[in-house]
Design a protein around this ligand. Structure first.
Ligand SMILES: [Zn+2]
Length: 89
């Protein structure tokens, strides 16, 4: 059996003690949407490496920690706000 790993992991995120979980379709769609935003907006973000290596579909060994998932998807929401402000200028 392949070793399960958290593919949304950032070294700053403390998720020790959490179990990894498999992606479902909804979670994966959110990760993909977040990665698409981050590719455009955060070229130098700590998650840019994750975004670059993110596959179209999760492989059998690709799972996530809840903490890492929420951090990853929350950043995309946060970095949308400045763009909205600029657009309203
Ligand atoms: Zn993790």
């Amino acid at each position: 059996m392949a070793q399960l790993r958290c593919i949304l992991h950032s070294p700053e995120t403390d998720c020790s003690g959490e179990d990894v979980q498999p992606f479902d379709e909804v979670k994966w769609a959110k990760v993909q949407a977040a990665a698409t935003k981050q590719r455009k907006l955060l070229k130098l973000s700590k998650y840019s490496g994750i975004c670059e290596t993110l596959a179209e579909n999760p492989s059998a060994s690709d799972e996530y920690h809840n903490t890492c998932y929420y951090r990853f998807t929350a950043i995309a929401v946060k970095c949308q706000q400045p763009l909205v402000r600029i657009a309203n200028f």
